[in-house]
Design a binder for this molecule. Structure first.
Ligand SMILES: [Ca+2]
Ligand SMILES: [Ca+2]
Length: 252
């Protein structure tokens, strides 16, 4: 094609637009940290019929009663919080050091492995230090849903296994890594039966309880726990080799 002054002008113009859009994006998304994904506000179906359909409504999964929930816009970490990240909070004298594995401490202490052996309160403190918070159970489930559940690291023997470094496998449809497997993740909510009567607006779980909800299965889990709807209750004051967390934040 013959070059004309017109072509040249278009070239300059598109370069200018490119520069403008590059400059504009950090301003437009100033509230959104690069290590997080934004989940837009909306209604979704929380829970699953898997338990009735496949497990004869067994006790371990009969808590996944399907119902509608509506959530506001929020951001959630792309990856589980790592040992390196958690240790920055410890170095800042805000977070308590996590516990170490009694027999195999080095199997859990690589900088890019997810932090484990943290209590629910430890996780909450870390997220607050980052001016964030733990995701609600509903937020976690919505973020984990989608056609592509992402890669999952699971099914390792308890006496030998450990989490792998975060973000090594394919992310889910929302761009989130390790929602399924690696470590279970503390959520904000107390464990209890779902309220299912109407569309639940930004559900926060029961106002009190004994155990907190962890989500997503872990390096040690069998595959039937690796589902977006699966719910497991754990004592918030204990530190587990298979429970870590990621943070979230409400957005306008
Ligand atoms: Ca996980
Ligand atoms: Ca359950």
């Amino acid at each position: 094609m013959k070059k004309t002054p017109g072509n040249k002008k278009t070239g300059v113009l598109s370069a200018a637009i490119f520069i403008l859009s590059t400059l504009a994006s950090p301003l437009a998304f100033a509230q959104e940290a690069p290590n997080q994904v934004v989940i837009e506000a909306g209604e979704f179906v929380m829970g699953d019929t898997y338990c009735q359909d496949r497990q004869k409504n067994s006790d371990w999964c009969s808590d996944e009663v399907s119902h509608s929930a509506r959530l506001g816009r929020f951001a959630i970490d792309k990856r589980e919080v790592t040992n390196a990240q958690y240790n920055e909070c410890v170095a800042a004298s805000v977070c308590n050091p996590n516990a170490i594995h009694e027999f195999r401490p080095t199997d859990f202490n690589r900088p890019q492995q997810p932090v484990a052996f943290v209590t629910w309160e430890d996780a909450k403190t870390y997220c607050q230090w980052r001016k964030a918070r733990l995701p609600t159970e509903a937020e976690w489930e919505r973020a984990a849903q989608g056609k592509n559940p992402g890669g999952a690291y699971f099914g390792r023997p308890y006496d030998k296994g450990a989490p792998q470094d975060v973000g090594l496998l394919v992310p889910n449809a929302n761009g989130l890594f390790d929602m399924m497997g690696n470590v279970y993740e503390w959520t904000q909510d107390w464990y209890g039966p779902y309220q299912t009567a109407e569309v639940q607006a930004d559900p926060q779980g029961p106002s009190q309880g004994k155990e907190k909800v962890v989500r997503g299965g872990s390096w040690n889990s069998p595959s039937h726990y690796l589902r977006a709807a699966d719910r497991v209750a754990r004592s918030p004051e204990l530190q587990f080799s298979d429970v870590g967390f990621r943070c979230a934040a409400s957005l306008p």
